[in-house]
Write a protein that binds this ligand. Structure first.
Ligand code: C2O
Ligand code: CU
Ligand code: CU
Length: 525
């Protein structure tokens, strides 16, 4: 392998001792998964989960956390941990919004059947529904865990339409648990969105992006490089390595979720796998917290869609621009800090336009109004510094402490938070639980057009200060008090221990007030 100067610098930063190595050295042995041909495996989407029961207000679901042997690389099997044994988990699609407009509540029972890990330790798990304004005891507090042979019923209000996801949030072990499969998509829809006429049904498609590193026998290798980051060299989309998706020549809506532990992606379309072709367009219509106010075009060669860990972007791709018989690639142009030991990770999947297909879907010029929060409404500004010190990854020099509250906004207050990454070599995708916020600026410059909607993850790049604004504890005038987490969503940083607590108001429910119970006490839902 010959490294470009850029790659060399990346290795230099991470390896520490490589700076004096010659510009060309053999590909390190750890950097290779079995080399499978790309764009051969058929694309698939995770199955949608049906409720076990429904009543007037609520749908009840049941999910078992299970080990499974999963076929990921052709001809090999991989031991995975999954929701209902699936990698990734089943998708829940739910009707959101106010009760008066048809919104429904979900109760999801998670039953932990994972048993022990390879070291003989129990695999405990916490479920967090990322992007939902849940009460503290149902939000997946990192120490509110479900031991093996325990279960917990989580209540989710489905208060607004958005593409969100559920994943493990186990204290100290989130990176390993998510990497091994504990992640799934959760889609909340509503009538406002349906009335827009966007592509639906088979044309409304989840794209869950992950990366994995596999040993020759198919085992997934978890190497967090001395608690820095975990990277794979196999691109997985919905659990399939480099899939090929057969599409009609019409519009599709893709719900893109970056469920990787540490890898960010710079996405672009191209008709060529090796280089960027001109004018290929992703049309961004939604971000973490739902639809943008209007579509935003991201067009090659000068624009990319940057998606850090845990971020969601929804895009329209109009395959009518491509002749039947042609192919388009979803490219990943690399990312700050990511270690790309294999170039092949720079393409994620291929779309083959295989048929003519009528298209009655719409792409309106305006989507859902995003009411801008104004800095003049803010009652205070706080600063949060995300950095690495001799003890690990810290926020304002503190590591995770389940007993310590770092910030205490009052319910209903508007606050500005300055998220600071004073260093280089990595970025921090900062996630705030409970509320959607908006980005004001990045190093004083306006956010990218697709970052102007509601978000719960903010990409804080090298030497960047990102200012965000939010109203605490309120959605639709309803206040939720209590303790919630905020953390870096590089899951290795989060585990060691770039995570802290903010408490909205006083007197909220204790996050530990609805603990998991033994399976022997379980009654049917
Ligand atoms: Cu997606 Cu606190 O997590
Ligand atoms: Cu979250
Ligand atoms: Cu980080």
């Amino acid at each position: 392998m010959s490294l470009s100067r850029r790659d060399f610098l990346r290795y230099g930063i991470v390896g520490g001792t490589l700076m004096s190595a010659p510009l060309s050295f053999p590909r390190p042995a750890w950097a290779l998964s079995p080399q499978i041909p790309r764009f051969q495996q058929p694309f698939r989407v995770p199955p949608e989960l049906s409720p076990v029961r429904s009543d007037a207000t609520t749908d009840y679901y049941e999910i078992r956390l299970q080990k499974a042997m999963t076929g990921i690389l052709p001809g090999l099997t991989t031991a995975t941990w999954g929701y209902n044994g699936l990698f990734p988990g089943p998708t829940i699609r739910q009707q959101g919004g106010k009760r008066s407009t048809g919104g429904r509540q979900s109760v999801v029972r998670f039953i932990n059947e994972l048993g022990q890990d390879e070291q003989g330790d129990p695999i405990s798990s916490v479920t967090h529904l990322h992007g939902m304004a849940s009460l503290p005891q149902y939000d997946g507090f990192a120490e509110d865990f479900i031991p093996p042979n325990y279960f917990k019923d989580y209540i989710y209000p489905n208060d607004r339409a958005a593409t969100i996801w559920y994943h493990d949030h186990m204290i100290d072990h989130t990176s390993r648990n998510v990497y091994r499969g504990l992640a799934g998509m959760y889609i909340v829809e509503d009538q406002v969105e349906r009335d827009l006429g966007l592509p639906t049904g088979p044309y409304d498609v989840p794209l869950i992006l992950q990366d994995g590193f596999f040993a020759a026998d198919g085992r997934m290798v978890f190497d967090d490089r001395d608690r820095k980051s975990v990277y794979g060299d196999v691109a997985l989309v919905n659990g399939v390595p480099w899939p090929r998706m057969a599409v009609g020549n019409r519009k599709y809506r893709f719900r893109i979720l970056n469920a990787s532990a540490s890898r960010g992606y710079n996405l672009a379309l191209s008709r060529d796998d090796r280089r960027l072709t001109l004018g290929d367009t992703l049309i961004v219509i939604g971000s973490d917290g739902g639809l943008l106010s209007e579509p935003v075009e991201v067009k090659t060669p000068y624009q990319v869609l940057e998606i850090g860990m845990a971020e969601r972007y929804e895009v329209i791709i109009d395959f009518a621009r491509y002749p039947v018989g042609s192919s388009v690639f979803l490219k990943n142009l690399g990312f700050t800090g990511s270690i790309d030991s294999d170039d092949r990770i720079h393409t994620l999947m291929r779309f083959d336009v295989v048929r003519e297909e009528p298209d009655d879907s719409q792409l309106p010029n305006t989507l859902r109004p995003v009411e801008r929060l104004s800095p003049t409404d803010a009652v205070r500004t706080r600063t949060l510094r995300f950095e690495r010190n001799s003890t690990g990854w810290v926020i304002n020099n503190q590591k995770w402490n389940a007993k310590a509250v770092m910030l205490n906004p009052r319910a209903g207050d508007v606050e500005i938070w300055e998220l600071v990454n004073p260093g280089s070599g990595w970025f921090h995708p900062v996630h705030i639980h409970l509320i959607d916020m908006q980005m004001l600026d990045r190093n004083g410059r306006p956010p990218r057009p697709y970052e102007r909607g509601w978000k719960d993850v903010f990409h804080v790049g090298e030497f960047e200060t990102v200012r965000i604004i939010g109203k605490f504890g309120s959605r639709d005038g309803q206040y939720i008090n209590g303790k919630f987490m905020l953390h870096c969503h590089n899951l290795v940083h989060e585990d060691h221990a770039m995570m802290t607590i903010f408490e909205v108001g006083r007197g909220g429910n204790d996050p530990l007030s609805a603990p998991a119970r033994p399976v022997s006490e379980m009654r049917s839902l």
